[in-house]
Design a protein. Structure first.
Length: 310
């Protein structure tokens, strides 16, 4: 499907371990192209190939990250090495990323892989970034991540939403998993999108879409459901984190998966807040979630090993 708002841009729809990326080719007088988000570190070779083909000989000036989850910034390091690109990140986590405080960055808290990269510039809500002959408004998008941003081209009605708005449902609201406020902030972000003249959305995952009103309605419904039953949100998040881990490792002994679960700080915090009595700890709770993934065909077990299933 062709979207007039995307004219001149290139969208790389990647799936779920890697986020989508938007390549904004440079226009006359600009120092180089800009890429929004960079995918997962395990997919960085493919990211480089996609970007190189899309650049058509241009240089890559910078990567702008909507937020610093491993599926959105994991390719930064390789893009810096290959193209010399700068990393422009949300102000809220810039200091942690500069010092690479893995115990406090999301990938460390959730037991995920993300190569270290250098931070060159911070992005602040209210800023405007000129790229590709367009003026991109930098918008706050708290909820899924408290420091997340969106990028909005008001002239074309184009929103690059990251994980703040998908076409269906809503992403995990990570602050709530640590006992902090997040649902109200996520609803505020969805209401912000509804108040803007958005005609087309490039989400962090899934296809580009124009059905903005329907997406907003579905996101609100999911968030309100979770707000009324935060334990159901925690169970959903546990399945998501486990599925993500299996996508990273592809295949491993079940014992290794349970050892991983025992050592992930976020899972321990989730267990403290929401763990069911029938599970003796994070590993046992993870094993219950794995049974659900197996029942749904989202994971497979062969002997003593478990593996991802698309």
């Amino acid at each position: 499907m062709q979207f007039s708002s995307l004219e001149g841009l290139r969208v790389f729809e990647r799936g779920w371990l890697s986020s989508n990326q938007v390549l904004i080719p440079a226009q006359s007088g600009e120092a180089g192209a800009v890429l929004i988000d960079s995918g997962h570190g395990l997919h960085s070779e493919q990211t480089v190939a996609l970007v190189r083909a899309g650049l058509e000989g241009q240089g890559l000036r910078a990567v702008m990250n909507t937020h610093l989850h491993s599926d959105h910034c994991g390719g930064n390091a390789r893009l810096q090495r290959v193209f010399g690109a700068e990393a422009w990140v949300p102000q809220g986590e810039a200091a942690l990323a500069r010092q690479w405080e893995e115990d406090l960055l999301s990938h460390g808290l959730s037991g995920q892989y993300c190569p270290r990269f250098k931070v060159h510039h911070t992005l602040v809500a209210g800023d405007t970034v000129e790229a590709g002959g367009r003026a991109w408004e930098v918008l706050a998008a708290p909820g899924h991540d408290p420091h997340a941003l969106m990028f909005f081209d008001r002239t074309q009605g184009l929103l690059v939403s990251g994980d703040a708005l998908w076409q269906r449902g809503h992403a995990v609201v990570f602050p709530e998993l640590q006992g902090e406020s997040g649902f109200e902030e996520a609803l505020w972000t969805v209401d912000t999108v509804a108040s803007l003249p958005v005609r087309c959305v490039v989400p962090g995952h899934g296809a580009v879409f124009e059905s903005v009103r329907e997406a907003v309605v579905q996101a609100r419904a999911r968030l309100q459901q979770w707000r009324h039953d935060p334990a159901s949100h925690a169970r959903h998040a546990l399945r998501v984190l486990l599925k993500y881990h299996l996508m990273e490792v592809r295949r491993e002994p079940l014992a290794a998966t349970l050892i991983w679960a025992s050592g992930v700080p976020l899972l321990r915090r989730m267990w403290d807040l929401y763990g069911p009595r029938r599970a003796a700890g994070p590993a046992a709770w993870c094993e219950l979630a794995l049974l659900e993934l197996l029942d749904r065909g989202l994971a497979r077990r062969v002997g003593d090993e478990v593996m991802d299933s698309a």
